[in-house]
Every structure is written in structure tokens, then in C-alpha cells.
Design a binder for this molecule. Sequence first.
Ligand code: FES
Length: 120
Amino acid sequence: MYNEKILELWKDPKNFGKLLNPTHKCSEINTICGDDMSIYLRVENNIIRDAKFFSTGCLICIVFASKLTEKIKGMKVKDIYNLKNKDLLKLLDVDVTPLKMQCACLSLNAVQNCLKKGKL
Ligand code: FES
């Protein structure tokens, strides 16, 4: 069902874990399945300097969080707010069924909410 590249990313996701000394931290729950997504960010001068995530979510949730946390490093905070679900889906060549959309987008929602919540 998923290609080798996706399965490898799922087994060894980038930026999985907790960030030491984050400036921003928050958690989101996927209301469909109850799985969680915690996001840790270090923001300096309105630039995302580092990002990590921790989640109990499914393969789709994990692989998109991995790609998203890679993408946002070095981005301006204001540009993060402009990211849409469709931008996230373009990061990986994988079919996301309507049922799995909330899984795929959990990390983006968490990152945007984390920034809106403000510094710790
Ligand atoms: Fe829970 Fe995908 S089934 S995050």
C-alpha cells in the first residue's frame, strides 16, 4: 500500500522526539482517533530555528510530521501561518484518503496553534 520510501520514513522519522529548551510547545489531539501530536519549536527573531515532534499517531501522521518539521526549519513565522493542508500534502508522494486527512494535517495544525499560543 505504501512505497519503500514512506515505510523507511515511518520507521526512522526525522525530528522525532523532544526539543531541549523549546520556546514554543503544544499538543493536539486527533479527534477522530484520539492520537496525540506534541510539537516543540525554537523560534529566534521570528525564524523557526529548530522543530521536533512526538506522537502516538499512525504512519500517515508520523511521515507528514517528519516532512513538515524539516520544511519549517529556517522559515519565517509569518510564512508558517500561510501554509495550507494542500502545501503539506505536496511534501510526500502518497495517497491520503479523506479518512486520513486529519492524521496528515495534525502536525500542521499543531505547529500553527503552537505559534498562536505564543512563547512558553
Ligand atoms: Fe490516529 Fe492517524 S489514526 S493519527
